[in-house]
Design a protein. Structure first.
Length: 645
């Protein structure tokens, strides 16, 4: 499986770089060894694209996408008394000493830079020198464009306005940021190009294909649909870019509005991902827990994963270090690293106990009483060595994160090593196609709550898998039923369903931001949600947001192994007040329509739509703090036949 793509690394050592976070625009020294001497075959060109699946993502993956995507959205609880990237992200208390912003920014631009070399340099060289055909090169270019599209989506959802670096060689060192609408559309164009030229099925296990691009497009389109629904697109963008680029597009011609157009495109992309993906062997795994196991790397549910190598990965960027940050007990993983202070938040646990389903909840967090027959007591100095893992049956003040914890040599067939779990981290999963489909239908039909079973079929497909243990009679609890049969399903329901499905996968903050795009009412609701006001306004317990509040989980004493327990906020014995590890600042939105998002002062420009730019970047490029500029799409528009049919 994984080995096929990793074997190509021996051919592309010249592509593995260690670019610093502060020099994302300084690309003149990225290639330490001339590439042309190595590019002697199609396999060598494919080897350059293999590097895009691992090392450029390394510093983004090394907890930063979870710190921003999950800690910032109150999925993570960290009870450390000292400041760290988890606590500051959870409480909006970033300072220049916190590395998450700079490392995420630098790593994502590293992906973009390395992709650009393949698109603008390596692939054209191979075609011009008859090393491969244009059609063969286009597949490699499509892989690079896929990566560039995904990187720009993350950048835009974190920072709103960011520079579009189209050519890594000629880019200005003092670039201005481009408008969010331009960055998002640029990502869409890249993914559309990728879809047109990628193969229907991966040509090697672990590579992306048309289904991967369709799923990514569905994510991009629903983001654009939400932004359009809120009325945020500028008239010059609509008239000069969309009207020209999509002039011959059937969905564009048929649509009565820009939101309708983007949501129609999202429906089509999600349905295409499901249909075409199923035809080539993709689909949901029956068991949610099996997705994040080393033995199941690149399984049928995974449409893009970061391809880490097993064993002692001494080469830069090839080791997955997440297990060492989340594992709550050193006996599970042979003392390969532990995260004693980091666990799931009170609010995530609260919702999981009500809407998570037993199988999905077991796959996300370690609840007291649960047994895992594929994890073991692996440290020989611990009691019960070699026995299957049972979470201690006791009430707990911190519930550990299960996802990304794969165990040691026994559990992973000797693939896991100290500092490297060997898990190929999924970044796009098939289940997202179903959830995106429901969101796209709700947007297309302008329904913010529904009982329409056609609209809900996507989310219910995911929900049934989450509750498969209840449906199959493996627990005394019965399946609550499909959405649409148990009351009204609304956008809050969808938000929480996505939260349960993609916990600790770096997506929940982007889901909240996308919802806030949909108009003033949704913006205010997401602000109230993040500031924990919905509990008082609506008495809506699933929309609580108790950032770094202490809690106690109490296991089910009558059915400790097959039923979920309860969770409650913890009170200080002396004061009677809730225990809060660190107070949170308020989540704000202080951007006027048509204005821009950024400041160089912590707390001034750090808001719901945008974090501040890393200070090291604004020092090197002060133009980042100026108003964003529009991107010139004329080259893309003039060559639009290369991007879509």
């Amino acid at each position: 499986m994984r080995k096929y793509i990793l074997n190509l690394f021996t051919l592309c050592t010249f592509c593995i770089v260690t670019a610093g976070c502060e020099d994302f625009l300084d690309t003149t020294n990225e290639r330490d060894i001339p590439a042309y001497n190595e590019l002697t075959s199609l396999d060598a060109l494919r080897a350059t694209t293999a590097s895009l699946y691992t090392s450029p993502w390394y510093y983004f993956h090394k907890s930063r996408y979870i710190q921003i995507g999950d800690a910032r959205s109150n999925n993570v609880y960290n009870n450390s008394q000292t400041s760290n990237d988890y606590t500051v992200m959870t409480t909006f208390n970033e300072t220049s000493e916190n590395a998450a912003l700079a490392y995420a920014w630098g790593s994502l631009y590293n992906v973009i830079t390395q992709a650009a070399y393949i698109i603008d340099d390596y692939a054209p060289y191979c075609v011009n020198n008859k090393i491969c055909t244009q059609e063969e090169a286009n597949v490699c270019i499509a892989e690079a464009r896929f990566m560039r599209s995904l990187a720009y989506w993350f950048l835009a959802m974190y920072w709103h306005d960011v520079p579009i670096v189209e050519n890594a060689v000629t880019v200005s060192q003092t670039a201005y940021a481009n408008r969010f609408e331009d960055v998002l559309q640029y990502a869409i164009c890249e993914a559309e190009w990728a879809y047109k030229w990628l193969p229907s099925a991966p040509y090697q296990t672990g590579r992306v294909c048309k289904t991967s691009a369709s799923l990514l497009l569905s994510r991009l389109y629903i983001t654009a649909g939400a932004y359009a629904k809120g009325g945020h697109y500028s008239s010059d963008f609509i008239n000069d870019v969309l009207a020209a680029y999509y002039a011959d597009d059937d969905d564009y011609i048929a649509a009565f509005s820009i939101p309708e157009f983007y949501y129609a495109k999202a429906v089509g992309a999600a349905e295409r991902a499901i249909k075409e993906g199923t035809n080539v062997g993709f689909g949901l795994l029956d068991d949610y827990e099996e997705i994040f196991r080393v033995q199941n790397n690149n399984n049928k549910e995974v449409l893009f994963a970061i391809q880490f190598t097993p064993g002692n990965a001494s080469t830069y960027g090839l080791a997955n270090e997440l297990q060492g940050q989340f594992c709550y007990d050193r006996c599970i993983n042979n003392d390969y690293g532990t995260g004693f202070n980091t666990g799931a938040s009170y609010d995530f646990i609260y919702v999981a106990l009500r809407r998570g389903g037993l199988n999905r909840t077991r796959g996300n967090i370690f609840l007291p009483g649960m047994e895992y027959d594929y994890l073991y007591h692996e440290l020989d100095t611990c009691s019960h060595y070699g026995e299957i893992w049972k979470v201690t049956l006791s009430n707990s003040n911190r519930i550990g994160i299960k996802k990304h914890v794969v165990g040691g040599p026994i559990a992973t067939d000797n693939q896991s090593y100290k500092g490297n779990s060997a898990l190929c981290t999924p970044m796009l999963r098939f289940s997202e196609a179903y959830l995106n489909l429901t969101e796209a239908y709700m947007g297309l039909y302008n329904q913010e709550e529904t009982k329409n079973m056609r609209i809900l079929e996507g989310v219910n497909t995911v929900r049934r898998r989450a509750y498969n243990m209840e449906i199959n009679g493996e627990t005394e609890i019965s399946y609550p039923g499909d959405y649409g049969t148990i009351g009204i399903f609304n956008l809050d329901s969808l938000l929480q369903e996505r939260r349960m499905e993609f916990f600790a996968e770096g997506l929940y903050w982007t889901d909240i931001v996308r919802r806030s795009f949909m108009g003033d009412e949704h913006l205010e609701r997401m602000l109230d949600y993040q500031n924990n006001r919905l509990m008082e306004l609506d008495n809506d317990s699933i929309m609580g947001c108790h950032r770094l509040y202490g809690y106690t989980y109490r296991y089910n004493q009558q059915h400790p192994y097959t039923r979920l327990g309860t969770v409650e906020l913890r009170e200080d014995n002396n004061t009677g007040q809730y225990v809060i590890v660190r107070p949170s600042r308020e989540c704000v939105h202080n951007i006027g329509e048509g204005s821009y998002c950024h400041s160089d002062e912590f707390g001034e420009g750090d808001n719901l739509w945008s974090m501040i730019y890393p200070p090291i970047e604004t020092t090197a490029d002060p133009n980042l703090l100026q108003a964003p500029v529009s991107f010139d799409f004329s080259k893309i528009i003039n060559n639009k036949s290369e991007y879509h049919e």
